[in-house]
Design a protein around this ligand. Structure first.
Ligand SMILES: NC(=[NH2+])NCCC[C@H](N)C(=O)O
Length: 415
């Protein structure tokens, strides 16, 4: 009885750290939404190039296989969405999120809503993710200025290619899920999708929330669970000071953290999230972009008599070690020359996904960083990311851990 209960426990949502053995994760296999990218819209849609979609899918399939090979349950977001849409309330939420009446005008919006009300769940999921152009709109009676004045390839529903980066739109902390409030217009609809999956998919419908999509901006790529009870939140291009503060309040209120470290990062595309410059590779070790190693600082937030106590800023590594209750947070010293370090940081060399303490998935192209990780005793599972990387995200960005075994419980086999 006891053993069975523990086995079942393994895939129950629960994430306390960045490195506890990964048992269940949400990925999004990229699809038609990437085929919508053109040189005219890629900047706005936050891609730096036009990916070769078939190859991106192959690379993603390999990523999923590497994880499965380590006993990880891979949940695909498109499947979760389609299954959630079996609930009529989820369908209504999906149509509401996809059809923008102000943009389309009353007649087109009404026609589109009634068309989507009748399509199968899988088609609705496809339209919500892949978008719809004006020429793909269902035919309608009567005349319409909106239809006449839009070009055939204009989007009636925008595609959401950044759904690939499942890390950013939601994050599990303990047994609660935080729905991220995404900062960039091209990504706002992603929260509506994760929100409805967690609200209506039978697997998650009982999950309590740690944060809501209508709060101040927080993106999952900025949230690092350094140790049970210790959460670092990057504050920069995406997560705002108000977002970090309100997530901290919410975590304290729910007893999910005792310390939150707010970590200012440069507001540039290269370091859009904290996880572009620093990820954990072991219980007490991070891989970090050398250029920021000595300048990264943190404000420490702690609960005090129902209010917030804010101290610092002090060097991030010191603040982290103190909050984690360890002597020192090791930095894997990549020791790279500044040009190589900058190139590999841009290509997500520091954006690793730990599948267990000391075992990470990384892009193979970051050869120098990976070699240094191995020299430091970290096992590196290499995947190709030549096409996947064109959206500026690595293995950590492309994964949303739903459950990890607690540190110290590694003996539990994955089901
Ligand atoms: N956690 C991350 N680093 N995510 C990367 C997201 C990349 C995406 N194109 C964006 O600009 O939003």
């Amino acid at each position: 009885m006891f053993v069975r209960a523990r086995l079942r426990d393994v895939t129950r949502p629960h994430v306390q750290s960045e490195v506890g053995p990964l048992t269940s994760v949400v990925l999004h296999r990229p699809g038609s939404e990437l085929k919508r990218l053109t040189p005219r819209n890629n900047d706005q849609l936050l891609f730096d190039a036009i990916p070769w979609v078939d190859r991106a899918q192959e690379e993603h399939d390999t990523f999923a296989e590497v994880l499965r090979g380590r006993g990880v349950e891979v949940l695909l977001l498109r499947d979760l969405l389609t299954e959630a849409l079996a609930d009529a309330r989820a369908r209504a939420a999906a149509v509401h999120a996809g059809v923008d009446g102000l943009r389309l005008g009353r007649d087109v919006a009404d026609a589109l809503r009634s068309h989507l009300a009748d399509v199968p769940d899988a088609t609705l999921a496809e339209v919500i993710i892949g978008g719809m152009t004006f020429e793909e709109l269902p035919a309608a009676e009567g005349d319409s200025l909106v239809r006449r004045m839009h070009r055939p390839h204009d989007f009636a529903i925008e595609p959401i290619p950044n759904l690939l980066f499942t890390r950013d739109s939601s994050v599990w902390i303990g047994d609660r899920v935080a729905i991220a409030a995404l900062a960039m217009p091209a990504r706002r609809r992603e929260s509506a999708i994760t929100d409805l999956i967690y609200a209506y998919h039978p697997r998650f419908s009982h999950a309590a929330r740690a944060y809501g999509a209508h709060s101040a901006p927080v993106e999952g790529g900025d949230v690092l669970l350094l140790a049970p009870g210790v959460v670092a939140i990057g504050v920069g291009e995406r997560t705002t000071p108000a977002g970090a503060e309100s997530l901290a309040r919410s975590l304290f209120a729910d007893d999910l953290a005792h310390t939150v470290l707010a970590v200012p990062i440069e507001q540039t595309r290269a370091s859009m999230h904290l996880d572009t410059v620093c990820t954990m590779v072991d219980r007490d070790a991070v891989v970090m972009y050398p250029a920021i190693q000595h300048s990264l600082r943190a404000y420490a937030l702690r609960p005090k008599d129902g209010e917030l106590d804010v101290s610092g800023p002090e060097p991030f590594l010191d603040a982290a070690a103190e909050a984690m209750g360890i002597d020192r947070l090791r930095v894997i010293d990549t020791g790279l020359d500044p040009v190589t370090a900058e190139r590999e940081q841009w290509e997500d060399g520091n954006n690793t996904l730990a599948v267990a303490p000391g075992v990470v998935v990384a892009y193979e192209r970051n050869a120098e960083t990976n070699t240094r990780l191995e020299e430091a005793g970290i096992e590196v599972l290499r995947i190709s990311g030549s096409e996947l990387g064109s959206g500026r995200g690595g293995p950590r960005c492309m994964s949303c851990p739903v459950s990890r075994a607690r540190l110290g419980d590694e003996g539990i086999p994955a089901t």
